[in-house]
Design a protein around this ligand. Structure first.
Ligand code: ADP
Length: 192
């Protein structure tokens, strides 16, 4: 699940993962859990996350690699918030190749900047995430354009299917757009 900060990746990924019958693996949630548990990784990640930056690739890659070794990941996962840089995408290709697997599909949620800003500032008042500030958001959008948007080109240049989904509208309607697109591409889904 690919998209800018505030695009609704997390919400949609958790719904779509249920229909795919695979775990939802959210890099941001895993990092926030490390912060909450005050682990060595969490202590390193927190100031970076609060400033809207990216946690170093090697730390995130190791965290995801370990997650893919968990027994529930045997039949695949839905990744959310990873890969977020081209080096992470290259590392993911390598770790999947070692398992005779690959990225099957990229779901790209498309939302324009004004809508992203409005959503994140609203989330700041309801969820209280420590990186949801006006400065944190501005920085995350800069980082997204510079480091994360090229990840889509990495997949475009390979042979991975990319599903571009309009991420503006009702949450249920957006989920339906994703499901229809997956069905259209012959992806097997569980009933709702
Ligand atoms: P959002 O996409 O709304 O910004 P996330 O929960 O996906 O929220 O990510 C929150 C923060 O966690 C990011 O701004 C970044 O600091 C860190 N983070 C998440 N995923 C990665 C990743 N793959 N690589 C580096 N940092 C990450």
């Amino acid at each position: 699940m690919f998209g800018p900060p505030g695009s609704g990746k997390g919400t949609q990924a958790s719904r779509v993962a249920v229909r795919l019958g695979v775990p939802h693996v959210a890099a941001g949630d895993m990092l926030r859990s490390e912060v909450a548990r005050d682990t060595a990784l969490g202590r390193e990640a927190k100031p970076i996350m609060d400033a809207g930056g990216l946690v170093p690739d090697d730390l995130v890659v190791r965290m995801i690699d370990a997650r893919l070794n968990e027994p529930d990941a045997t039949n695949g996962v839905l990744l959310d918030g990873f890969p977020r840089t081209v080096p992470q995408a290259v590392a993911l290709d390598t770790m999947l190749a070692a398992r005779h697997e690959k990225v099957d599909d990229v779901i790209s949620l498309e939302v324009h900047d004004d809508e992203l800003k409005a959503r994140i500032l609203k989330r700041a008042t309801t969820e209280g995430r420590s990186d949801d500030t006006a400065e944190g958001l501005a920085q995350r959008l800069i980082v997204y354009r510079q480091d994360t948007a090229p990840v889509l080109d990495h997949y475009r240049n390979g042979s991975t299917r990319i599903e571009a989904i309009n991420g503006v509208g009702d949450i249920d309607v957006i989920t339906e757009r994703i499901i229809e697109s997956l069905k259209h591409n012959g992806v097997a889904l569980r009933s709702a």
